[in-house]
Design a protein around this ligand. Structure first.
Ligand SMILES: [Zn+2]
Ligand SMILES: [Zn+2]
Length: 166
């Protein structure tokens, strides 16, 4: 089951969510949802707008923002803030729903990785603290391989504390 061929059923799920909320299922909302559900990338609103334009859909940013809010509320899409000053979105129905992110401070590329170690940490926390973990988020900031090989150096501020740049 490839991601692209699953997109229509994800769009139907979103349609059902909208109807449950008493909101209209519009062509524009479906188009925005289709862009995110057919992509494996972590898209910004600008990138979503660009992809819509390439398909011949002219949809204003306000509509895209509003639709992304609804998609996030529906829990079909997850939003990320990688400290760039805008949000990025990815759908939660991919083959690899649980993954962590490596964010390049030079080119902004986002790479996904899986970490069985973190599941072990969660297990340990459950045992040691009696705390039941529900979810976690690991973001590692640094230089991707190609930027590193091209001679980029780490910007000190970014590495120092990415949280403060938000
Ligand atoms: Zn890079
Ligand atoms: Zn991701």
């Amino acid at each position: 089951m490839s991601e692209t061929s699953s997109a229509p059923s994800f769009i139907r799920l979103f349609g059902r969510y909208l109807r449950d909320q008493g909101l209209p299922v519009t062509q524009q909302r479906e188009s925005v949802a289709e862009v995110i559900f057919t992509s494996t990338a972590h898209l910004s609103v600008d990138e979503i707008e660009e992809r819509l334009r390439e398909r011949g859909d002219r949809i204003g940013k306000a509509t895209i923002y509003r639709t992304m809010d609804l998609l996030v509320k529906s829990r079909l899409v997850e939003e990320h803030d990688f400290g760039e000053g805008f949000k990025r979105y990815e759908h939660r129905l991919s083959q690899q729903p649980i993954h962590e992110h490596l964010i390049c401070l030079e080119c902004g590329s986002v790479t996904e990785f899986e970490s069985p170690e973190i599941h072990r940490v969660e297990r340990r926390i459950r045992e040691e603290y009696g705390f039941k973990p529900a979810r976690h988020r690991v973001e590692i900031y640094g230089l991707c391989k190609s930027c590193h090989e091209a001679g980029a150096v780490l910007p000190e501020d970014g590495l120092f504390c990415p949280i403060e740049t938000v």
